[in-house]
Design a binder for this molecule. Structure first.
Ligand SMILES: NC(=O)c1ccc[n+]([C@@H]2O[C@H](COP(=O)([O-])OP(=O)(O)OC[C@H]3O[C@@H](n4cnc5c(N)ncnc54)[C@H](OP(=O)(O)O)[C@@H]3O)[C@@H](O)[C@H]2O)c1
Length: 299
């Protein structure tokens, strides 16, 4: 008999990739605000549910009794969170706490997706054990969620990605797809050259999640690519991989964007622990972009 897994935020970039990773040998119970792309799918059962409705969430989990829960759903609009902090803290802080509590009660493991934004971004790249110092409302709300699940006493793995990219359907925002579309339509783009990180490829993150679950690796893990680069360099690499000219990519500074929320400038996640303890290979950005190109079926 297949194992079952409940995935929150199935319509999101990561959620979709996890569904693809687990569909071959798991019964999947997806949760999201809308039926989204899996509404009429027969590979997974999707329940439309606002995770803030704690009673409905509890009842649904009790009814399904999944073997594990992978929690990807989050309030992910970093700038809007500055004004909407109540909702950001409810979704990113309270909801993970409630899910961890239920997991503990029914004795099932939880994988929780956090972020590099729990760090200040002053002096990255960061190890799992480095001191957390979130700046901005989104970051603080994610830190609250991460702390709550780690303190819950449930079997929990917290995985932190940074600048996630990949392929999915009907996504609200996807950096790679946006950039490709702009360059193909010969529109110039402005990309910051003073924010550093090692981007996380969503499809490989989904397989890392499987590995963590299978190895019962209840701990904190970092996952990204091998090298830390600026967002501008990342954009140049994307153009190069997809055979597009980089002439339309212009470097700008973060201050030019006038964004409401602060961004970690010197971020990045050291992934040695994942490699050493779980034997997961950490690839270069070029290698992962080549996989993405293959995934998107672009010749
Ligand atoms: N994307 C990145 O660069 C990045 C980097 C580091 C960490 N992360 C973390 O990785 C995780 C996945 O990110 P992602 O980019 O895949 O996110 P995403 O594409 O924004 O997907 C999140 C999903 O959760 C749903 N959701 C939001 N609030 C909900 C609620 N109250 N009840 C039920 N569903 C709700 C969203 O629905 P709606 O779209 O309808 O709101 C969306 O389908 C998040 O925890 C995020 O914090 C992301």
């Amino acid at each position: 008999m297949n194992k079952s897994v409940m995935i929150t935020g199935v319509n999101g970039l990561l959620g979709q990739n996890i569904v693809r990773e687990f569909a071959r040998d798991h019964d999947i119970y997806g949760l999201d605000l809308t039926p989204g792309i899996f509404g009429s799918s027969n590979i997974i059962q999707v329940k439309q549910l606002d995770l803030n409705d704690n009673k409905a969430l509890n009842e649904h989990i009790m009814q399904v009794q999944p073997d594990s829960i992978i929690h990807t759903a989050a309030y992910t609009n970093v700038d809007r969170a500055e004004d909407d902090q109540d909702i950001a803290f409810a979704v990113n802080g309270q909801v993970p706490a409630s899910i961890a509590q239920i997991c503990k009660e029914i004795d099932i493991p939880m994988i929780h997706i956090s972020t590099d934004y729990v760090f200040s971004g002053d002096s990255g790249p960061y190890r799992e054990t480095d001191a957390r110092d979130a700046r901005g409302k989104y970051s603080k709300s994610k830190l609250a969620g991460e702390k709550a699940v780690l303190e819950s006493g449930a079997e929990v793995a917290v995985i932190r990605p940074n600048v996630m990219y990949g392929h999915g359907k009907n996504l609200r925002s996807s950096f790679v797809e946006w950039l490709l579309s702009e360059l193909r339509n010969e529109r110039s783009v402005r990309i910051v050259d003073d924010q550093y990180n090692n981007p996380t490829y969503a499809r490989r993150l989904a397989s890392v999640i499987r590995e963590v679950l299978e190895q019962k690796a209840w701990d904190v893990w970092h996952f990204g690519s091998k090298e830390v680069v600026s967002r501008y360099t990342f954009a140049l690499k994307i153009a190069d991989t997809f055979g597009l000219s980089s002439a339309l990519i212009n470097a700008i500074s973060t201050v030019d964007l006038n964004q409401k929320a602060p961004r970690p400038m010197r971020s990045g996640l050291i992934c040695e622990k994942l490699k050493k303890e779980l034997n997961i290979s950490i690839m270069s950005i070029d290698e992962e972009l080549a996989l993405l190109k293959e995934e998107m079926n672009v010749s």
